[in-house]
Write a protein that binds this ligand. Structure first.
Ligand code: NAD
Length: 497
């Protein structure tokens, strides 16, 4: 019997240059967080689909036009892809907004910006230099070559689906790899649509494949597939650890971009008007559902009360509502499990004795959307769970500090090290803080800046490896050292050369 879900738009897998049904024929619904209703059906892939996709990617890596292309030709294809991405950004942004509920004013510019990202790697493709190695031996010539690793698995979360995929995909393709993407089960549709642009840009079939579905059913077979050479993952710490363990069995290389508990540190000499905006953007943009969320505000004791007061005033008028509308400021929470997790952390914070200075409650919109009020906790000390664990929601934990040493001690005393913000006009403070903060990104008098030009990644449990910038392409390349001898005679085989 046909169900109402059968009438929804349906997305298949994308394998070997075309959209195909899953091997099982099964689907699952994907919801619009603002209405809490399914808006599309997604193909439910399994290990058979992973096998098909990896076989297509391996074929494309070894035979056909892709391995014969020069790096410059790969760059030309990426350039066309970037142009198409810019053209289709409004349509792809609309799909992502429906799938994860993000504000339209954030998501479409984010996708349009990805075109620049792809253009950057289009340009970088033929600028990976090898080295002639100065040798300490007579009669040999040694040099390095950089070779594409092979088939890359890309596994991504729901908060910025196409952005976090492109961060991996563009350098992987520039390097000459082929890829199989597994998007989040909550936000798969935009990736299937994006995959179709690769054919239009002229990429050979099989270079980019997409298998939609769940972590255990698709993600694990993909990570453990013997022909996958590298895993590029963004997501939570638990899944990251599992993927690291699975990849280690076959000594696969990985890039892991995981969670954070980033401090936003405001000194008493800061330009407080700017710092207020930076702290608000740090924690409340995307309703706090970002890995770089500045979820701990460290504020110098002398300005603590006045600064918190300004934050509360700013946020008490924040507009929650339809993410499609340009004046909405707080979007719905993307998934029900995430909504429940955020509320549970609010209860944990209250139970630990933190004071709820703002928000602290859910808001169930008439549309059906699940919202959490922008929430600020004061009276937090760094040993509380609300100060140590990633909430991934609009919840700010405020912790006072005394001086530079105290700020550094508190800032570094978490298992994560993704990012940190520092607000001060004092050059010495800037230098000491940027030296001693254990984080992959430190922003001074700004927060949330990222660019395709700048390496991004974590210390400690926030991840392994770097994305963006020139460093990222190295994640997808092996370095080979070649030795050529000009000696007429091979030396005594039993002596040391
Ligand atoms: P998640 O870890 O639950 O899922 C991420 C992806 O991994 C999904 O595609 C999921 O299906 C897949 N997956 C889950 N278990 C798997 C397994 N055992 N094997 C293979 N694949 C598996 O994360 P999420 O809830 O989608 O996203 C939120 C998390 O992502 C947060 O912790 C956040 O900090 C992190 N994140 C990090 C960054 C960064 O760049 N550091 C950026 C965005 C999000």
């Amino acid at each position: 019997m046909a169900s109402s879900e059968d009438a929804l738009p349906t997305y298949g897998l994308y394998i070997d240059g075309g959209e195909v049904p899953s091997a099982s024929g099964a689907h699952f619904p994907t919801d619009d967080p603002y209405t809490n209703q399914p808006w599309a059906r997604i193909a439910r892939g399994n290990a058979d689909d992973v096998n098909r996709a990896v076989a297509a990617a391996q074929r494309a890596f070894e035979s056909g036009p892709w391995p014969r292309m020069t790096a410059t030709q790969r760059g030309q294809l990426l350039r066309k892809l970037g142009d198409l991405l810019a053209l289709h950004a409004p349509r792809l942004g609309e799909i992502e907004r429906r799938d994860n509920g993000k504000l339209a004013i954030e998501v479409t510019p984010q996708i349009r910006y990805l075109a620049d990202y792809v253009h950057y790697y289009a340009g970088l493709a033929d600028k990976v230099q090898s080295e002639v190695i100065p040798s300490d031996k007579q009669g040999v010539f040694a040099y390095t070559k950089h070779e594409a690793k092979g088939v890359v698995a890309i596994i991504t979360p729901w908060n910025s689906p196409l952005a976090l995929t492109t961060w991996k995909l563009a350098p992987a393709l520039a390097a000459g790899c082929t890829v199989v993407v597994k998007p989040s089960e909550y936000t798969s549709a935009s990736m299937v649509e994006f995959a179709k642009l690769f054919a239009e840009a002229g990429f050979p079939s099989g270079v980019v494949n997409v298998v939609t579905g769940f972590g255990q059913e698709v993600g694990e077979p993909l990570v453990t597939h013997p022909q996958v050479a590298h895993v590029g993952f963004t997501g939570g710490e638990g899944s990251g650890r599992k993927i690291y363990e699975l990849a280690a069995r076959d000594f696969k290389t990985v890039t892991l971009e995981l969670g954070g508990k980033s401090p936003n540190i405001v000194f008493d000499d800061a330009d407080l008007d700017q710092a207020v905006k930076g702290v608000i953007a740090g924690i409340f943009a995307a309703s706090g559902q970002t890995c770089i969320a500045g979820s701990r505000l460290l504020v110098q004791a002398g300005i603590h009360d006045a600064f918190v007061q300004r934050l509360v005033e700013f946020m008490s008028t924040a507009r929650m509502g339809d993410p499609a509308l340009p004046d909405t400021q707080i979007a719905p929470i993307a998934t029900r499990p995430q909504f429940e997790k955020i509320l549970s952390y609010i209860e944990i914070a209250k139970g630990e004795g933190a004071h709820c200075a703002l928000g602290g409650k859910p808001w169930l919109a008439p549309s059906g959307g699940l919202f959490v009020e922008p929430t600020i906790f004061t009276g937090v000390h760094n040993r509380m769970r609300i100060a140590q664990e990633e909430v991934f929601g609009p919840v700010l934990a405020v912790i006072p500090f005394v001086d530079v040493e105290d700020a550094i001690a508190i800032a570094n005393d978490v298992p994560y090290g993704l990012a940190a913000g520092v607000w001060t006009r004092d050059l010495r403070r800037v230098m000491v803080m940027t030296d001693r903060l254990k984080a992959g990104t430190v922003w001074v008098n700004n927060y949330r800046s990222t660019s395709f030009t700048s390496p991004f990644g974590g210390y400690k449990r926030s991840g392994v490896g770097r994305e963006s910038g020139t460093e990222a392409i190295r994640e997808y390349l092996h370095t080979k050292c070649v030795w050529i001898s000009s000696d007429l005679e091979v030396a005594n085989p039993f002596g040391r050369r």
